[in-house]
Design a protein around this ligand. Structure first.
Ligand SMILES: Nc1ncnc2c1ncn2[C@@H]1O[C@H](COP(=O)(O)OP(=O)(O)OP(=O)(O)O)[C@@H](O)[C@H]1O
Ligand SMILES: [Mg+2]
Length: 330
């Protein structure tokens, strides 16, 4: 397989993974600080935490490239801390890796531990001891989604960096580059929906865009809002609005029919409808009592659905909650 061919088949999240720290978008504070560490030659153990798709793995890999150059792989060990073969396997890999280094290198090696928040308490203790043991010639970078799932004793040995959801503007900049490189046509509304639905997750933005391209009938077609929603698997806001409108204005039976029709024909899930309703209702001017009533009612129903509650009953309950709260408004 030629390299050109393999690049073509690469998922875009890999194809467009940042290779330098400059290409990490929307995490300026983190990037500036870790760069400073490197240039001062004082890299501490690191903890990167934050939501998925915000650049934790990308940043540490780009940093490794910056430190070691293109052959960084020899100096970096990437492990999944939640490896289900257990912490002993992880520990042995670290031991092998850390102890081979003195032979040919003076600098430190880098060990990246992904999904550290999935580790059990005892595994974290064991990791803490391992880190202490090899601190002389290795640096650890722990990656996690939630810092509160990491034990304080481990936390206190790392310099912590929070990766926040990537600002829409930064996602937009990155996406614009991809649109040009991939020769895509995206209208303005579709781009705005893409940014909104990404929710600060660059991985999602790229995956949705790639799925949309795959769904195009001919390469010249334009990607529109509807396609974006379909590729995300989120309901089209226009559909959500129609259903809500019917609940607000029509009698019970008609509202129930509308909701059901959209559920069946458009494949809308109740749970998505609830999020959509809340988003729209948040923009309404309501008495705070009604607002609280709606939010409380809908969140109870959402919980019921997640516990496997009967769909028909939950559908009626949604209509009931909204209609009743609106009666207070009148
Ligand atoms: N800040 C960013 N700048 C540019 N691209 C990014 C950024 N964050 C994520 N990406 C893109 O999304 C993909 C996934 O990012 P990455 O693996 O770094 O996320 P992560 O924060 O480690 O997520 P997870 O918590 O799921 O491991 C990357 O390959 C890259 O293409
Ligand atoms: Mg990651």
């Amino acid at each position: 397989m030629s390299s050109k061919h393999s690049e073509k088949n690469l998922p875009w999240v890999e194809k467009y993974r940042p290779t330098t720290l400059e290409e990490v978008y929307g995490q300026q504070d983190v990037v500036d600080t870790v760069k400073k560490f490197v240039h001062e030659g004082k890299l501490p153990h690191l903890l990167f935490y934050g939501p998925p798709g915000t650049g934790k793995t990308s940043t540490i890999i780009a940093l490794a490239r910056e430190i070691y150059g293109p052959n960084y792989r020899n100096m970096v060990l990437e492990l999944n801390a939640s490896d289900d073969r257990g912490i002993d396997v992880v520990r042995n890999q670290i031991k092998d890796f850390a102890s081979t280094m003195q032979i040919f290198s003076k600098g430190f090696k880098l060990i990246i531990l992904d999904e550290a928040d999935a580790m059990t308490g005892p595994a974290q203790d064991s990791l803490r001891r391992t880190i202490e043991k090899y601190t002389k010639n290795t640096r650890f970078c722990i990656l996690a989604n939630y810092a509160h799932k990491i034990k304080p004793a481990l936390l206190s040995r790392c310099t912590r960096f929070r990766f926040h959801p990537i600002p829409e503007q930064a996602i937009q900049e990155r996406v614009k580059n991809v649109i040009i490189k991939e020769n895509l046509k995206l209208n303005e509304e579709a781009e705005a929906s893409l940014l909104k639905l990404s929710g600060g997750d660059m991985r999602r933005a790229l995956n949705v865009l790639q799925a949309c391209k795959a769904a195009l009938e001919t390469e010249d077609d334009e990607i529109d809002t509807k396609m974006i929603y379909e590729c995300v698997g989120a309901p089209d806001p226009k559909d959500v609005e129609t259903v809500l409108d019917s609940i607000l204005k029509d009698d019970w039976t008609t509202a129930y029919k509308t909701l059901n029709t959209f559920k069946v024909i458009k494949g809308l899930a109740l749970i998505d409808l609830i999020s959509g309703f809340i988003e729209i209702l948040n923009k309404f001017e309501l008495k705070s009592r009604s607002r609280i009533e709606i939010l409380k009612g809908l969140s109870d129903i959402e919980y019921g659905i997640s516990k496997g509650g009967n769909d028909k009953i939950q559908s009626s309950a949604i209509i009931g909650v909204i209609k009743q709260a609106m009666e207070n408004e009148a």
